[in-house]
Design a protein around this ligand. Structure first.
Ligand code: ADP
Ligand code: LRH
Length: 479
């Protein structure tokens, strides 16, 4: 018996509706529909086109055809606010919007950063939902808000009429205690945040609801079609789909962001871990995603946009011919968070640190890929040390698996074999949680074994020259 599951995966650069067909020992994934996710700059700031995304989801469900259930995952931290009637108040604010500039420092004046970390284990990022809420507090819109739904939960609400807050994504709000895996009530009280704004917690595998009759009509599906809460944070779904066959693995989810780290069974809440800006986000089945955010292929996306969208394959081929490690930038630097002028900002960072300034698109691309590989190396090494865990292999999943140069450079920089898994890992993790809710998949290890058997893997062995990466790391640290 084979069952079909629709996985909606909303990335910062595109949304897709994928169909996973699962049977005993089999798993096939195909794309039903893909649509761009373009933020829109309006006078009040940078916003997500959430109605456009919802329309993309409906188009995708129509294209997918009849399925046994569906689930939604998407990027973290952002949300919609609803009024007392359940209507959306305005367009959700993009996490790259500058409204949170300087907000964290104000929050730390009432709860020091060290206490925040001890309570939530979350990295500092200006866009954590906690800081976004603080920035929004004095607005007219917030005065009318009676409910906050994270983006995948908002779309799930529109599809089903049911409200909930899925746990893996809730863990990115900075209002969850990673030890109890529930709300950090004491912290919220101290910060004056009313947790009743959030809908009750759901866990991956819970039934979120059924597609509403109007949605069935819009998509041509025949009900009932259940909607399952999956690991609704895209990174949680992607990590669940890392096809590891050993516990001694690190992972890098590469897309708009690179999320690099380890899967642990308990959070690491030490001061050293905070100083290294590692996060403890929640994963499936009691796991903790202990990882660092690296700017990722966003750096390249923004350059490509500035260069008028040249073909990526040609650019990467040219970049492969540029000498390695001529200039590197800190790919974890918050200075690269905002959109715009990316080639110039990268050139300025090289100039300021006394390195050769990349001039051509190929040189800039090479600088970005070397810098990402170097940041991957640092994150894997820091995670090993801070969590005191051995690592024999690094798994790469997500859009960056299509970039063979990046995968090879990551193997070289880490001095470890890299196994590149699925490009659409988040969708696979999403499908497998639905299949499990349906009784067709087992625990995380079973899910991974199924992935390793059914999905193509590409191996990259580290080439000689690790010392050059160590030198580049030292060069960057010295600046
Ligand atoms: P997100 O989910 O954050 O939107 P993805 O996982 O879809 O991101 O990854 C998008 C990235 O994948 C792009 O920015 C691009 O760098 C990379 N990518 C996509 N297609 C290709 C390709 N054909 N060759 C090399 N890289 C690619
Ligand atoms: C990746 C991601 C990441 C978050 C960022 C805001 O899509 O969810 O895990 O930190 O978006």
């Amino acid at each position: 018996m084979r069952r079909a599951y629709a996985a909606v995966d909303l990335g910062a650069s595109s949304g897709r509706v994928m169909v996973g067909r699962v049977g005993p020992g089999t798993l096939e994934l195909s794309e039903a529909h893909r649509f761009p996710n373009r933020p829109v700059r309006v006078p009040e700031g940078l916003r997500w086109d959430v109605l456009g995304l919802y329309a993309g989801v409906l188009d995708g469900l129509r294209a997918a055809g009849q399925v046994d259930s569906m689930g939604i995952d998407g990027w973290a931290v952002d949300h919609g606010l609803l009024d007392a009637d359940g209507a959306l108040l305005g367009n959700p604010v993009h996490y790259r919007d500058p409204r949170t500039d300087g907000v964290a420092e104000k929050v730390w004046a009432s709860v020091p950063a060290a206490e925040l970390y001890a309570a939530t284990g979350l990295q500092y990022a200006p866009f954590n939902t906690l800081y976004q809420l603080t920035a929004a507090r004095a607005t007219a819109q917030f005065a009318h808000a009676r409910r906050l739904l994270l983006i995948p939960d908002l779309l799930t609400y529109w599809l089903t009429g049911e409200q909930g807050t899925e746990l893996t994504n809730a863990s990115t709000t900075q209002l969850i205690d990673p030890r109890t895996r529930s709300w950090a009530h004491g912290l919220a009280d101290r910060l004056g945040i009313d947790l009743s704004l959030f809908a009750p917690l759901r866990r991956p595998g819970d039934r979120a609801g059924l597609l509403r009759p109007g949605v069935l009509e819009d998509t041509g599906l025949t009900g009932p079609v259940p909607v399952t809460a999956v690991g609704s944070h895209d990174t949680a779904s992607a990590v669940a789909a890392v096809p590891a066959d050993t516990p001694r693995f690190a992972y890098i989810c590469t897309g708009t962001w690179s999320l690099a780290g380890l899967e642990l069974d308990a959070p690491v809440l030490t001061e050293e871990s905070r100083a290294a800006n590692f996060t403890n986000e929640l994963g499936l089945d009691g796991t903790v995603r202990y990882l660092r955010n690296i700017m990722g292929l966003w750096l390249l996306q923004e350059c490509v946009r500035a260069w008028g969208d040249p073909e990526l394959g040609g650019l990467l081929r040219e970049a492969a011919g540029v000498p390695a490690l001529r200039s590197v930038v800190d790919a974890g630097d918050e200075a690269f968070l905002a959109p715009g002028r990316m080639p110039e900002r990268i050139a300025e960072a090289c100039r300021a640190s006394g390195q050769p300034v990349p001039v051509t698109p190929a040189e800039t691309t090479r600088c970005i890929l070397d810098s990402l590989a170097l940041a991957h190396r640092r994150a894997v090494a820091d995670a090993r040390r801070l969590a005191d865990r051995p690592v024999d292999v690094v798994y790469v999943v997500g859009g960056g698996t299509r970039n063979a140069l990046l995968c090879q450079l990551t193997a070289d920089a880490c001095g470890l074999p890299v196994v590149a898994g699925a490009t659409e890992a988040a969708a696979l993790g999403n499908v497998l949680v639905q299949a499990r809710a349906d009784g067709l998949a087992g625990d995380l290890a079973d899910m991974r074994a199924l992935l390793a058997r059914t999905q193509p893997l590409t191996r990259y062995l580290p080439r000689a020259g690790t010392a050059r990466w160590r030198d580049a790391e030292a060069r960057l640290a010295a600046r």
